[in-house]
Design a protein around this ligand. Structure first.
Ligand SMILES: [Zn+2]
Length: 223
């Protein structure tokens, strides 16, 4: 068993990615996900965007494949080449996931996450969310955490982590996706959108596993 007091000093951390950055607003590139995780200490882990990096290579390999005569040996070679390109992205991404899972579990004893409706986000924003492959990362993290006797806590996605002030608990009625920073109407503290949400998820998650005080209106649902 771990010493509980040791854990309390650094209770937990990390909130799911989902930083929506406004790019130049050209065509369908209105939103871009680049932050993979926002931690409750305010630090961010950027996603290397493996698919995006290799998009031109994939496109080229795909074009080359489709130009070859069906049933020909050249087409088969082109198909194998295309498959290898996809495998390459997959492997590099998984490699990065493993490293990150070890890094996080070395640093923290309890890791809190918000369960997000990833499928719904994928429908809205397409490839960019699947590029983040958050579900795949969580599977790896769960495995590593289990091996190292660390704890993962999942906070229900309907908990208003973004709209709740992490300083005083005041809950906003609405908060538009484009707003990156807001001032609390009650205690006047300025909250960075993701950092504030990460602090709330950390507090709710910690109280769920009895490492912090329960002072939020909405407790976490799942452990
Ligand atoms: Zn406040």
């Amino acid at each position: 068993m771990r010493d509980k007091h040791q854990i309390i000093e650094e209770p937990c951390e990390v909130k799911v990615s989902c930083t929506v950055l406004k790019t130049n607003g050209v065509g369908d590139n209105l939103v871009e996900f680049t932050t993979f995780l926002t931690c409750s200490d305010g630090s961010k882990i950027e996603s290397p965007q493996f698919f995006k990096q290799s998009l031109n290579i994939i496109k080229k390999a795909s074009r080359y494949h489709s130009r070859k005569l069906k049933g020909s040996a050249k087409r088969e070679r082109a198909r194998k080449n295309l498959v290898r390109r996809y495998e390459d992205i997959y492997n590099r991404r998984r490699d990065w996931f493993w490293k990150l899972a070890h890094e996080l579990t070395n640093k923290f004893d309890v890791l809190c996450f918000e369960t997000l409706n990833l499928r719904g986000m994928q429908r809205l924003w397409g490839r960019k969310v699947s590029d983040l492959a958050f579900g795949e990362f969580l599977q790896i993290l769960e495995w590593v955490a289990k091996k190292k006797d660390k704890q993962l806590v999942f906070v229900d996605q309907w908990y208003p982590s973004t709209k709740t002030c992490s300083s005083c608990g005041y809950v906003l009625e609405t908060l538009d996706l484009s707003i990156r920073e807001w001032r609390c109407l009650s205690c006047e503290s300025v909250n960075g959108r993701d950092e504030n949400a990460a602090r709330n998820i950390c507090a709710v998650g910690a109280s769920t596993v009895r490492l912090g005080d329960v002072r939020r209106a909405n407790p976490a649902i799942a452990v």
